[in-house]
Design a protein around this ligand. Structure first.
Ligand code: RIB
Ligand code: CA
Length: 312
């Protein structure tokens, strides 16, 4: 099987952490060139630490972890400790990891790695605010032809915003970076709340993960039980939406999803609707259809895939 070269950019956060454990469990499918971290759910010093803890838990200290931008391109940082806890990964034991953080800045790593690669060779998988990706594209447009595709978690249309009435957290955090990505003219798939809100970590699914009876399974259960408490109340649902692992699931089994090519643009000016993803779902304009907007998920298939990979 030929591996897909990927760079994961994330802000762990429990759902990013589960995404990392899923990706790190797929060495045959993914050649993870690096994990870059960004400020988002919690500040950068915690997201980079949390990413390294997940690599150690997965036994994958061979993967390099980089720290990137500690705030959005223009706005002040918004964090979400109310959702993720003070550590960002409440629900697992947090400790100072022994694997090193790379000295190189994440944006420099992204630029250097892409410039040194063939065209259409590297997949970017952002699951946090898009600051690192937007900065890399703005600083060095020559990286764009090297990007095979981008599969990002962010945005919302039918589901409405989860952080303001108009906006989902990742896009709200750095709308300017998100707009740069929307305009990059590379193959782009967006995994929005419209999809991730179908991926609910129900108690039944938690019990299936607990039954793995492994350290990784126990860590995921602990994080999910913590992660569930906020969103279950907020949405009145049986479990919280498991956002970020949907990106990895899409790369592994795209047939679990349905999407359509749409024009997607980002509101960057209005204080009221900052970070809104304006999706031309019904083609009412003749604007370029720049993104594959996912809107349907086979949730049982997704969790079967997740549990199968966590088992390995
Ligand atoms: O809105 C959900 C997204 O924001 C997820 O990626 C979560 O980890 C937070 O970053
Ligand atoms: Ca995230």
């Amino acid at each position: 099987m030929n591996q897909r070269k990927i760079i994961i950019d994330c802000d762990p956060g429990q759902d990013d952490a589960v995404m990392l454990l899923m990706a790190l469990a797929c060495p045959d499918e993914f050649d993870i060139l690096g994990i870059t971290t960004v400020a988002g759910n919690v500040p950068l010093d915690l997201t980079q630490r949390n990413a390294r803890i997940m690599c150690e838990l997965a036994g994958r200290t061979d993967v390099q972890v980089f720290a990137g931008c500690d705030k959005p391109m223009r706005h002040e940082l918004i964090t979400a400790e109310n959702v993720h806890g003070k550590t960002g990964i409440d629900g697992v034991t947090v400790y100072p990891p022994t694997m090193p953080l790379q000295d190189q800045h994440a944006v420099d790593f992204i630029i250097e790695t892409l410039l040194g690669s063939e065209n259409d060779s590297i997949t970017l998988v952002p699951t946090g605010p898009l600051t690192n990706i937007g900065q890399a594209m703005a600083r060095q447009p020559d990286i764009l032809p090297r990007i095979k595709e981008i599969v990002l978690m962010g945005g919302a249309m039918r589901e409405g915003g989860n952080t303001t009435p108009s906006a989902e957290f990742n896009i709200l955090e750095d709308p300017d970076a998100a707009q740069i990505v929307m305009q990059c003219e590379r193959p782009l798939t967006i995994v929005p709340l419209d999809v991730t809100h179908q991926a609910l970590v129900s108690q039944k699914r938690i019990e299936q993960i607990r039954a793995l009876d492994t350290p990784v399974g126990a860590a995921v259960v602990g994080m999910m039980e913590f992660f569930n408490r906020f969103d279950s109340d907020k949405y009145g649902s049986d479990g919280a939406p498991l956002h970020d692992p949907c990106t990895i699931a899409y790369l592994l089994e795209p047939e679990l999803f349905e999407g359509k090519m749409c024009n997607v643009e980002i509101e960057t000016g209005s204080p009221l609707t900052r970070g809104h993803t304006a999706v031309d779902f019904w083609g009412v304009t003749d604007k370029v259809r720049n993104a594959n907007w996912l809107y349907k998920l086979d949730a049982d298939g997704f969790f079967a895939l997740l549990i199968d990979r966590l088992k390995s």
